[in-house]
Ligand binder design. Structure first.
Ligand code: ZN
Length: 237
């Protein structure tokens, strides 16, 4: 098919750029801006086919994304996020609630300090273990951000338990950590195991943060939770 041999960047320009620009008058300008890391324009980075990349405006609303975003959405049971339908959506509203404070802090830090921010996270499927690198780049135009996600490790899952029944709670759901993708054992709630079968799209999963990830990787989420509880304690006195 002819489209497959056309570079991703060109395909993006031809297929969706006009619509994206119509939605966001400033987008045409932003796409030509260099990100602040001495690399070519944001448009060129969006064209890198194997990185899920997108641009948000100063209010953190999604203004455009690349084809790798669409592919990832379709392969991970999120078809509503593919194509132009999600343009204008605040990126935090499609971030899992448990991680929202963490990513909000990170995006605002890049907007404020204008330095690239990096984060490594697990993005495993039932078939393979995957580790990815997220980079948030400030764009020259104040408050705009270019976000890229690159695959850095992909390997087979280590052998382990595969009995999903041990993890299904009274609500017929499995609690899965949104960072390490481990599942909480119902009979031993302090124990979280990596169970690839629990990541299948048909499983009823409730997202959470396991105690270790909350402690070591997302302290801002932990602090926010504690802060919200304080006024309630005072009211009870
Ligand atoms: Zn975890």
């Amino acid at each position: 098919m002819k489209q497959q041999v056309v570079p991703n960047i060109q395909r993006y320009e031809e297929d969706e750029m006009a619509a994206a620009k119509a939605n966001h008058p400033k987008l045409a300008e932003v796409l030509q801006e260099p990100s602040l890391i001495g690399v070519p324009s944001a448009l060129r980075i969006l064209g890198i086919a194997d990185r899920v990349s997108y641009i948000v405006d100063p209010s953190l609303s999604l203004t455009c994304h690349n084809k790798a975003w669409d592919k990832f959405a379709l392969e991970n049971a999120a078809p509503k996020l593919a194509g132009l339908a999600c343009i204008g959506t605040n990126i935090l509203s499609i971030t899992d609630e448990s991680l929202r404070p963490f990513y909000k802090d990170a995006f605002q830090k890049v907007q404020r300090e204008k330095k690239v921010w990096e984060w490594r996270y697990t993005c495993s499927s039932p078939q393979v273990f995957r580790r990815c690198l997220m980079r948030v780049h400030p764009i020259s135009l104040s408050g705009w951000l270019l976000v890229t996600n690159s695959l850095i490790i992909e390997s087979e899952h280590a052998a382990g338990t595969s009995d999903s029944a041990l993890y299904v709670d009274v609500d017929k759901q499995i609690q899965v950590c949104v960072h390490c993708r481990c599942s909480k054992r119902v009979a031993q709630p302090e124990r979280w195991d990596f169970v690839p079968a629990n990541l299948k799209p048909e499983m009823a999963v409730r997202q959470a943060l396991c105690p270790i990830c909350k402690l070591y990787f997302y302290p801002s989420c932990r602090e926010k939770t504690v802060l919200r509880e304080q006024p309630r304690q005072r009211d009870n006195r």
